[in-house]
Design a protein. Structure first.
Lengths: 306, 525, 305
């Protein structure tokens, strides 16, 4: 509902002006990135996280899964601990630094995975809904309304119950609960594009609907989907932590930042390092992604305001 | 022009927002005064106020229609039962002055005279019958039904004598009656059970004042209490679900007693001038159950013993629970339970022996099992399951750990979908081994994943043994078998850890209950 | 207009029925309410007796139709655990939920607008970058984390504010700040993006060309127009805040709707969950409708067809 309207606000810029959007956008992107300090900071932060994720086995001083109960709750090196465990150890004697480093893999994986799931479902439903309109559109949009009016946590628990716990299922849960944003934006875009000459021409020329959608409609909305996805990755990483807070989520031996933070919260008063470092990792990563996301949005699609 | 009208609209909406925000703030501000107000001036009789913080609110103040400890903690202040327990877990006469067995199936209770409910209604035999009957009527769907479904009939003999007739010998009836609090029959039938649930009237040391759901319950001293005047005037139960927040509330002096202190934070409460820690070995034991009734490695007693040898319970108690636990002596109950066998010792931590046994059983190359566990249900349950998994890995047993929400877990239990291992805590506040052994080791019971005809016979026999010494003897025999058969990985008896403000004198009990009647406010405060 | 309202009302009814049906199915999918109600050691026979007594042995569609029948009469049934009418339990929580929501939203809007304007208007300056980063941080941490840090700082260390509970205005500050921070960051980003776009539009260029001072241009012309989408999103946020405060309510022991819902769900207390979800959905649908209408008032170009 809302997205359509924000669009109407300044419908002066029609998507048809961008017949070959890629080239034009890239040029715009490059020039806007140069002078944008926010985007730079974002790129550096995200770069660091990706670096940590890729080279985790080389960077981590210890096995992130290894528990040594007799060395639990050691403080960080500068706070009375040893350089053996620079950021200290957690309540089960695991190395916090190694877990934070490995956590980047899991958190990015969950973030990207969930956005892939949500983006795919949302884009497909949005395309169908916007292109075919009528009853189909009504049905999809009512489903979206019901889901939006429905408490996230109830939905998440139920889906986790049906699928069982586990990392893969957390990705699916966050994916299923997140498709509506994509669906609505895509539908709105498609509604605008459907009336354009080149789409009508394609239909008139006897192209199948599927071909029209994949060849002519989808490329014009791809940039919006990418922008939403960027913003959503950040949301998903935080949502994973919330799931753990509520007692859902993954095997707590797996080093996700969310579960480290949620499990470490009861140690916050006496042994703050257990939760502080994963907390910082989430904060900086999400900040970085959001900075990049805002830049993408400003550049590619200033009209989109989800 | 359009633009201008738009801005005006915005301004209107904007100021409306600001105004409504301010109004809401003021409305909020005019609520109750802050809880940190000074206590009332001294006067004759009960004095002062204590605030007790639990993790969840009571669900109902109808004491016959729940089966939850936090709810019970509020109800025990308002209601009494026929028999009660002191802080060591010993039974003492409550509303019943005495009881005796007329025969194996008939119990006679002599009731205390001159006891009145808070509304003036007299307590008598009718009240006992009314209370037990409403639990026993399936139409009322009381969750306490299954605890006393062995009762056939409650007979009023005279105003202060009751006979309870059971369908079979029921030696744990006195224990069960501790948790059956007596409600006023006239008040309840006249106003309905719904009314009682939120306007409770009992015979207990505290009268109900107010209940703001999910926030607090306020009670005030019953000066005519039959056991004597309570020392503390006002008792407030607050609901503080988040552990860290509960700690903060105690540390800032906003509450006086908190439940479930995380073990590693106990030290900081002990070292503070304003707070101390009170601990009690709980009637709850923590263990990992094994499904031995399905084909697989756990059918083999050598594997089961290997798992017990593989776990270092001392290390878990010392480093995960910070000493707040007592290793189980290779039997499913603790010392405080009737039937505990003192001659048994815990399984030693012996990874060598564990590997040998696994090798003998044909699992020398390792083994993969699944383990279900709840999250946040018992003290450090998440951490304990991880530690168990970590230690079993060292003897070549890999675990797929399945940590889940409690409701989901219970459903799995009740529909018998557990597969290999499951971590569970079992609170047995009857202080008699039967309430642990029967559900877990008697074929056909919900939790029974270890079936043997020999065990069934033994359990059925002891269940109807009324002589306490003979009972203990029979229990000991069963413990010997269980220790050898190792149907559980025996972990530890939980230690309940409470944080208490220095201005209050109170000692933790093994049954997880907090009796405000037993607490005192220190004179120097 | 009347037609539009009728159609919206019809949609609302459809959504509410959909929500109640989904709730009903999910509750039955995620566990048996009877097994959670009886003690774990209840014998199978006793469980069966309870199931019949509570009516859970009837076919699912009968149970749902019964529920709908009650709904038409405004009766959600009694809570299994609380032994009270479920709707009463929900309505009791509304004042606490509304207080928290409105204060949080008030804070979010009042902070987001100036932050967004500054972040957009002085692009390139260190000050605007800093403002922008600060605002973004609000969306970069899990709510429970922020809440606990606030408690440690303001209650335990400084002893300035009560750690949790409800009562005075002081009790409201930290929870409102905690839950409002996320919305603040979101509105700030929206404000910034809209401002930047408007500042590059023709009428602003015209205004600048006329020699108006930058302050007048930014505050008089640009900001007022940028507020329109902010108001719209605020409406949507209102809905989210009303129902989505579970974690904040838990951390600060705030007796709101979210906690009631979660406890009801944990106990599989069908009537409570149905009533809570229904009321939340009603508020969200209502907030959306009001937002849409407000939008029409603000922007005359929008017509309701």
């Amino acid at each position: 509902m809302f997205e359509d309207r924000v669009r109407k606000m300044d419908s002066g810029v029609a998507p048809s002006e961008e017949v070959r959007p890629e080239n034009l956008l890239w040029r715009r992107a490059r020039s806007s990135f140069k002078g944008n300090r926010g985007a730079w900071i974002g790129a550096v932060l995200v770069g660091l996280v990706v670096f940590a994720a890729v080279f985790a086995p080389l960077l981590a001083p210890h096995d992130p899964y290894e528990q040594v109960l007799t060395r639990s709750l050691r403080p960080p090196a500068w706070d009375g601990g040893t350089t053996e465990h620079i950021l200290g150890t957690d309540h089960l004697g695991r190395d916090v630094l190694s877990r934070v480093i490995y956590g980047s893999r899991i958190s990015l994986g969950v973030g990207l995975g969930a956005c892939l799931v949500a983006g795919t479902i949302g884009t497909i439903l949005g395309l169908i809904s916007g292109f075919f309109g009528g009853r189909v559109d009504d049905l999809v949009m009512r489903i979206a309304d019901v889901q939006l009016a429905f408490p996230f946590i109830l939905l998440a628990t139920a889906v986790m119950f049906v699928l069982g716990s586990g990392l893969r299922n957390v990705v699916i849960v966050l994916g299923i609960t997140g498709w509506v944003v994509y669906g609505r934006v895509v539908r709105g875009e498609v509604l605008a594009i459907r009336e354009e000459d080149y789409v009508e021409a394609s239909v008139a020329a006897g192209c199948t609907r599927a071909r029209t959608i994949t060849r002519h409609v989808f490329p014009n909305i791809a940039s919006s989907v990418i922008v939403i996805a960027t913003l959503e990755v950040a949301r998903v990483i935080i949502a994973e932590a919330s799931l753990t807070f509520l007692g859902l989520g993954v095997d707590p031996r797996i080093p996700t930042w969310g579960s480290m933070l949620a499990d470490g919260r009861q140690y916050l008063a006496g042994h703050p390092w257990i939760a502080t470092f994963p907390g910082l990792a989430i904060m900086l990563t999400v900040l970085g992604i959001n900075l990049l996301g805002d830049w993408l949005r400003d550049t590619f699609d200033p009209r989109m305001m989800t | 022009m359009k633009r201008r009208s738009r801005t005006r609209g915005i301004r209107r909406i904007f100021s409306l927002m600001v105004v409504s925000t301010i109004i809401v703030i003021f409305v909020a501000g005019c609520g109750q005064p802050p809880t940190m107000s000074p206590s009332a001036p001294a006067e004759e009789g009960p004095e002062g106020e204590i605030i007790i913080a639990q993790g969840v609110d009571a669900t109902t103040l109808d004491p016959n229609m729940h089966a939850e400890t936090p709810t019970n903690n509020v109800n025990i202040q308002i209601y009494d039962s026929l028999l009660m327990r002191d802080s060591d877990g010993e039974l003492f006469p409550g509303l019943a002055e005495s009881y005796e067995n007329l025969d194996d199936n008939t119990w006679e209770f002599k009731l205390r005279e001159d006891v009145y409910f808070h509304n003036g209604e007299a307590f008598d035999a009718e009240a006992v019958k009314f209370t037990l009957d409403r639990i026993l009527d399936p139409e009322n769907s009381s969750p306490q039904y299954s605890h006393i479904s062995a009762i056939d009939e409650v007979r009023v003999v005279d105003a202060h004598t009751v006979h309870i007739v059971t369908s079979k010998p029921f030696p744990t009836l006195p224990s069960q009656l501790v948790a059956r609090q007596i409600v006023p029959p006239k008040y309840t039938s006249e106003n309905g059970a719904d009314h009682l649930a939120s306007n409770p009237v009992g015979t207990g040391p505290y009268r109900f004042v107010e209940w703001v759901r999910d926030e607090k319950i306020t009670l005030t001293a019953n000066e005519d209490y039959w056991r004597g005047m309570p020392s503390i005037k006002d008792v407030v139960f607050r609901v503080v679900p988040e552990t860290s927040t509960r700690m903060a509330e105690l540390q800032t002096g906003a509450v006086d007693i908190i439940v479930n202190v995380p073990p590693h934070q106990a030290e900081s409460l002990e070292s503070s001038d304003a707070t101390y820690v009170s601990r009690a070995p709980s009637s709850r034991v923590i263990f990992v159950g094994m499904v031995t009734t399905q084909p697989g490695p756990l059918e083999d007693v050598r594997v089961r013993q290997a798992l017990n040898y593989g776990i270092d319970v001392d290390a878990i108690v010392d480093n995960v629970l910070m000493g707040n636990g007592i290793p189980l002596a290779s039997q499913p109950v603790a010392e405080i339970h009737h039937g505990f066998d003192e001659n048994l010792a815990p399984y030693p931590h012996d990874p060598e022996r564990a590997r040998e046994l696994l090798e003998e059983a044909g699992y020398g190359d390792g083994l993969r099992l699944s383990m279900d566990s709840p999250s946040g249900r018992y003290l450090m349950d998440r951490e304990t399951s991880q530690a168990v998994a970590g230690q079993l890995e060292a003897i070549g047993v890999d675990l797929d750990l399945n940590i889940q929400e409690w409701g989901v877990y219970v459903d799995k239990i009740m529909s018998r979908q557990l597969t290999d291992l499951f971590l569970l805590g079992w609170g047995n506040a009857t202080f008699d081994a039967d309430a642990t052994l029967y559900p877990f080791f008697r074929s056909g019971q919900q939790f029974c994943y270890f079936e043997s005809e020999e065990m069934d016979e033994k359990l059925d026999a002891v269940r109807e043994t009324m002589d306490m010494d003979l009972r203990a003897e029979r229990f000991n025999e069963i413990m010997g078998v269980l220790s050898e058969e190792a149907p559980w990985i025996f972990l530890h008896q939980q230690m309940d850890v409470y944080g208490v403000s220095d201005r209050v004198e109170w000692t933790a009990r093994p049954d997880e209950l907090i009796h405000a009647f037993d607490a005192r406010i220190r004179a120097d405060n | 207009m009347t037609g539009y309202l009728l159609r919206r009302a019809l949609h609302a009814v459809l959504i509410l029925i959909g929500v109640s049906l989904v709730t009903f199915m999910l509750m039955h999918l995620t566990g048996d309410p009877v097994t959670l109600f009886v003690p774990l050691d209840a014998s199978p026979e006793d469980v069966a007796i309870m199931r019949t007594a509570m009516g859970f042995d009837r076919p699912l569609h009968t149970q749902y139709l019964d529920f709908l029948g009650g709904l038409v009469r405004g009766d959600f049934g009694d809570s299994l655990r609380h032994r009270q009418p479920a709707l009463e339990l929900v309505v009791e929580r509304l004042p606490a939920t509304l207080q928290l929501t409105f204060l949080a939203l008030g804070f979010a809007v009042l902070a987001a607008i100036p932050l967004g304007v500054v972040a957009a208007s002085k692009r390139g300056s260190g000050f605007s970058l800093l403002t922008y980063l600060m605002g973004l941080l609000g969306q970069s941490m899990p709510v429970f984390w922020l809440g606990l840090v606030l408690i440690l700082f303001f209650s335990v260390n400084l002893r300035l504010l009560p750690a949790s509970g409800r009562g005075s205005l002081a009790h409201l500050l930290m929870p409102a700040l905690t839950i409002g921070t996320y919305s603040m960051a979101m509105l700030m980003r929206l404000m910034r993006a809209t401002m930047m776009e408007i500042l590059s539009q023709d009428f602003i260029r015209t205004a600048r060309a006329k020699g108006l001072s930058e302050r007048v241009v930014v505050f008089k012309h640009a900001m007022r127009n940028a507020l329109i989408p902010v108001v719209t999103v605020m409406g949507l946020q209102l809905g989210t805040l009303l129902g989505g405060a579970v974690i904040t309510e838990t951390v600060f022991s705030w007796p709101g709707l979210g906690r009631l819902l979660i406890q009801g769900f944990n106990n599989r207390d069908m009537a409570v969950v149905q009533a809570a979800v229904f009321v939340m959905a009603l508020m969200i649908v209502g907030a959306n409708l009001i937002t849409d209408l407000a939008y029409g008032v603000l922007d005359p170009r929008v017509r309701y067809g």
